[in-house]
Design a protein around this ligand. Structure first.
Ligand code: ATP
Length: 361
């Protein structure tokens, strides 16, 4: 059965430390929902709060509308998968999957039947008698998912389950996980610090920083319409240029950077940007192009370039600004007379946001 999960003004303190600050949102039944944020932002704590291993200091968690206060982890309709899969190496694949059922006293015949169904689901039909040590990393991952699903939870909680896998397998498993979620139709709550994972798999993503949920949105909205400087700099690559507001005309804000660059972008969130206020203008590398005739132009020196087959990344220095430009074409190098690139971009492709902390790295 699919169930909603409601975080009703949840705050979690460890002593004086506020690990989660007033999380308030509802996850729909059958939704693939991710919490995305850097290490230490509180996402694991929040997940443990849904599973019942951590209690909210304030607020409450509801599952399917039921208040979970006083309901222990074993009594909740949730199952948890960790990065460390903890499969039993001496057991077969089917025994691993059926283990939680054995603990609950389910008959051998019923266990076998359920294990076979789950093997089918994870595309390992007929491989139940193999030892888990004979499986690849990705197959083991699928067995861990099947084992979590054996007890028929309503909600599957996944805590960075792909981080131990190598890059290629991780990318492959994104697709698999999403397909398994669609097939079982359960609510999946996924924790990750990897924005690529969150964007590719999720229906919606909550971006967290320092215990605070900064924005909840679908992946496209997060990428195109970040609400804070942190979200703009954490989700996808971007160039951030600080400046003071010098003019405003409708939605368009002009800023002047410390080095005297005058640039225009779209004001985010329909907010008022008073003249003189310090703001940040964000423009994605793929929006920059070598074009001295564009609405915004930054004259820069070429500091490096990286060829990536279908794209080329230019590193540009403009005074104290380091910019990245991504050319998505046949990857050919543009003409760069005297090492100077006129980095142009449209007003509509730049977003002006209030000043705030940026994501590191
Ligand atoms: P990571 O990806 O590194 O696991 P995270 O975003 O999941 O990071 P949490 O594990 O939720 O972060 O931790 C959030 C903060 O709360 C951290 O500063 C952590 O040190 C602190 N914290 C977590 N659990 C406890 C605890 N039981 N007692 C005290 N502090 C804790």
């Amino acid at each position: 059965m699919t169930k909603t999960v409601t975080l009703d003004h949840v705050s979690i303190r460890f002593g004086n430390y506020l690990a989660v600050d007033d999380a308030h949102l509802e996850i729909a039944g059958g939704e693939f929902f991710s919490f995305l944020g850097p290490s230490g932002c509180g996402k694991t704590t929040l997940l443990r709060c849904v599973s019942g291993f951590v209690q909210p200091t304030e607020g409450r968690v509801l599952i399917g509308g039921d208040d979970m206060r006083g309901v222990g982890p074993n009594k909740r309709p949730t199952a948890l998968i960790f990065q460390n899969l903890a499969l039993f190496p001496l057991m077969t694949v089917a025994e691993n999957i059926a283990f939680p059922l054995e603990v609950r006293g389910v008959s051998k015949k019923e266990r076998r039947k359920r294990a076979d169904e789950l093997l089918d689901l994870i595309a390992l039909a007929g491989q139940g008698d193999k030892k888990v040590t004979e499986l690849s990393g990705g197959q083991r991952q699928r067995v861990a998912i099947a084992r979590a699903l054996a007890v028929q939870p309503d909600i599957l909680l996944l805590d960075e389950p792909l981080s131990a896998l190598d890059l290629k397998l991780r990318q492959h498993m994104r697709t698999e996980l999403r397909e398994i979620q669609r097939r079982v139709g359960l609510t999946f709550i996924y924790i990750t610090h990897d924005q690529g994972e969150a964007l590719t798999m999720s229906d919606r993503v909550a971006v967290m920083s320092r215990g605070v949920i900064e924005q909840v949105a679908d992946p496209v909205t997060l990428y195109d319409k970040p609400k804070t400087a942190f979200v703009a700099s954490f989700v996808g690559e971007t160039n951030a240029i600080a400046g003071k507001v010098t003019a405003r005309d409708g939605d368009v804000v002009e800023i002047e950077s410390a080095s005297g660059l005058r640039l225009r972008g779209i004001a985010a969130g329909g907010r008022n940007y008073p003249i003189g206020e310090t703001c940040l203008l964000f423009v994605r590398p793929e929006q920059l192009r070598p074009d001295g005739g564009a609405a915004n132009v930054i004259q820069a020196k070429l500091a490096g370039d990286e060829f990536e087959g279908n794209a080329r990344h230019l590193l540009l220095d403009a005074g104290d600004l380091r910019l990245r430009m991504m050319l998505v074409n046949d990857g050919r190098m543009p003409d760069v007379p005297d090492g100077v690139v006129k980095a142009g971009f449209d007003v509509e492709s730049a977003l002006v946001l209030p000043d705030g902390p940026l994501a590191k790295g």
